[in-house]
Design a protein around this ligand. Structure first.
Ligand code: FE2
Length: 165
């Protein structure tokens, strides 16, 4: 399965849910940007791109089932949805397992255990800071404690901290 096919399948599967579609498209775009600039291997980049496209796959189900989008529940509910999404496709088994892991942990900031995970967290935050109108204190804290890649730090500083990082 190509990244474009995954993007298309997510957009069509979300049935005009424009806010969530816009969100994942932005997170995917930042993920690819940071991933390429940080020199990821092709396999890591492919894994990161799939994970960023699918990371919020459980949002519609969580809204319906729990009436909210609690992060932990999204992680749990996302795992079987990711497996179902890729059923019958030619995705490499090791890529699939890592995508499942990343979607299942993408709200967890402890134990970030790889560059793909690190970049997914940064890309999601770069988008959420705008969508959630995060405070400067929140952004500074995130920059100091969680952001690690040079590209991600530069983007965050430029977009939200008047160029400071
Ligand atoms: Fe997200």
């Amino acid at each position: 399965m190509t990244i474009a096919e995954a993007v298309e399948k997510m957009v069509l599967g979300w049935d005009g849910n424009i806010q969530d579609i816009n969100h994942f498209l932005k997170v995917h775009s930042f993920s690819r940007l940071i991933g390429e600039r940080e020199g990821l291997t092709l396999q890591d980049l492919r894994t990161l791109e799939f994970a960023s496209v699918l990371h919020d796959i459980a949002i519609p189900l969580c809204r319906k089932k729990y009436g909210n989008t609690d992060g932990k529940k999204q992680e749990e509910e996302g795992i079987p949805l990711v497996r179902r999404f890729f059923e019958g496709t030619d995705i490499e088994p090791e890529v699939l397992e890592r995508v499942v892991y990343l979607v299942g942990n993408h709200h967890t900031l402890t134990d970030i255990d790889g560059i793909d995970y690190q970049i997914l967290i940064e890309a999601d935050y770069l988008v959420n800071a705008y969508e959630g109108n995060y405070s400067e204190a929140n952004i500074r804290n995130m920059l100091e404690k969680t952001f690690k890649t040079e590209t991600g730090k530069q983007l965050l500083g430029s977009m939200y901290l008047n160029g400071r990082q």
